[in-house]
Structures are given as structure tokens and as C-alpha cells.
Ligand binder design. Sequence first.
Ligand SMILES: [Ca+2]
Length: 204
Amino acid sequence: MKPRERRLPLLLALAGFVWTASARAYPEFQTWIVKNSGRSVNCAMCHAHPDGPDGTGYGQIGRLTSEEMERLNFARRAIEPGAEVQSPILNKFGNLIVSRLGMKKVLELKLDPSQLPDTLDPVSDLDRDGIPDAQELRDGTHPLKKEDGRPWRLFVNNAQRNLSPLLLTAAATAAGLYGLTRLLHGFACAARAERRETEDSGEP
Ligand SMILES: [Ca+2]
């Protein structure tokens, strides 16, 4: 292995440390999402804390326990894809990205963040709102909050999801109205027949 090739894993590990140790180390992803979607997006799209990993709040480095530090260090070493990363400074979506891609690929995508959505599982939908995680990344909506999505996409997905119950309700309502109409018609006929019998018998 050439000296340059031997240095690559070390450089990647160092870059991974910088990424997980500083919220501002990788502004390229957030910048692209904001520009592409036109929406304001904070660090909470991928991190545990909306201000990123720096600080002493929940999900920030200054507050981690020894067990959480072990998980953080494991994530820092996840250069290749496939590792089950559970970094305490990332949320479920952030951990999914690192697990699926590995830090090496994440670092490559830093040069062109617009490719990030295409590298994700196209059918993964963590919040089950009907909008895939990759699309939420493009839209600048939160992939872990099912109430956060482009209104039109949420409307279409909800309509598709509830189409069968709506049709059944409409059919039941129509059948009920038809039955009621027939019943009222039957009452009217019976009343007319009774009136005719009374008139024919000459009873007052
Ligand atoms: Ca979703």
C-alpha cells in the first residue's frame, strides 16, 4: 500500500471526528437543504439537539455519559457502510445516514450535497407519513415528524391511505338513504290503501 493510501483511513477518521465534534464543521448539507427547499432547517434534522453536537444540553458532547461516548466513538470509526451506528449526538435519521453510507461516503457527499437524497433508500419512510426520507430531505421537512411535510404531499398521501374507508362510508350512506326512501314510500302506500278502505266501507 502506498503511503498516500495508508494515510487515507487516518484522514477520514480525523475528518469524521471533526464532523461529529463540531456542529459547524459540515454546513454544506444544511446550506444545500435550505437553498433547495426554501425552508429554514436547523441541525435537528439529523442531530439529537437543534443546535448540533456542541454544548452541554441533551444529545450534546458536553453531557454524554461514558457509555454514550463509546457509541459516539464507534460512530466516528464507521468509515465503511453497514455498521449499526447509534451515535447519541445524532437522531434516528442521522444514524440511518451514517449506517447506510459510512463516514467515507458522507465526506465525499460534502462536496456535492445534492447527491445525498439519491444515496438513501428510496422507500424508507421513518415517520410513516407517506413521504420517503429522501424526499423530505429535498423538501426540507423533518423525516421523523409525520405532521411535518409539504401540505399537498400530505393531503394526497392521506387521501390515498383513507380512500377505501371513505368509499365504504359513502356506499353505506347511499345504501342507508335508499333504504330509508323505500321505507317511507312503503308507509305512504300503506296509508293510502288504508284510507281507500275506509272510504269504500263508508265509515266516517
Ligand atoms: Ca416521511
